[in-house]
Ligand binder design. Structure first.
Ligand code: HEM
Length: 102
């Protein structure tokens, strides 16, 4: 009984890893294209993951508060925000890519 449950859980974990592995990787140069201008999507990197904020009202046109802009890594500034990194879950965002600076 317990063995079967273990196998089922293992299966779920593996499926999760498989999903994570299928996410593309974006570097700083490729992320920059998603600046929300001229019909481009708005992507923002935070803590090693990239999120699509195109449909988040507060990121309209690729611009946010405190001079934050889409197409960049905002990790260094998140501690200065009133909401913190928890905003990702609050807004219901899922990563669209893994961020690797280089
Ligand atoms: C992926 C990253 C981010 C997302 C999805 C996001 C999203 C949001 C959303 C939905 C709001 C409005 C609701 C609320 O205030 O809780 C907001 C407000 C705000 N955010 Fe962000 N944000 C992000 C990063 C940042 C960063 C890095 C800063 C840097 C300081 C920042 C600064 C602010 C400020 C100042 C407000 C205004 C609060 C107010 O006075 O109403 N955000 N953000």
């Amino acid at each position: 009984m317990r063995g079967k449950l273990g196998l089922a859980l293992l299966g779920l974990v593996s499926a999760g890893q498989l999903f994570a592995a299928t996410l593309p990787t974006l570097n700083a140069t490729s992320l920059k294209q998603y600046d929300g201008k001229n019909g481009h999507k708005s992507y923002v990197a935070l803590n090693g993951k990239v999120y699509d904020v195109s449909n988040v009202e507060e990121w309209k046109g690729g611009k946010h508060y405190a001079g934050m802009v889409a197409g960049t890594d905002v990790t260094p500034y998140i501690s200065k925000s009133p909401h913190g990194a928890g905003i990702i879950d609050d807004v219901g965002l899922k990563p669209v890519a893994i961020y690797s600076a280089k």
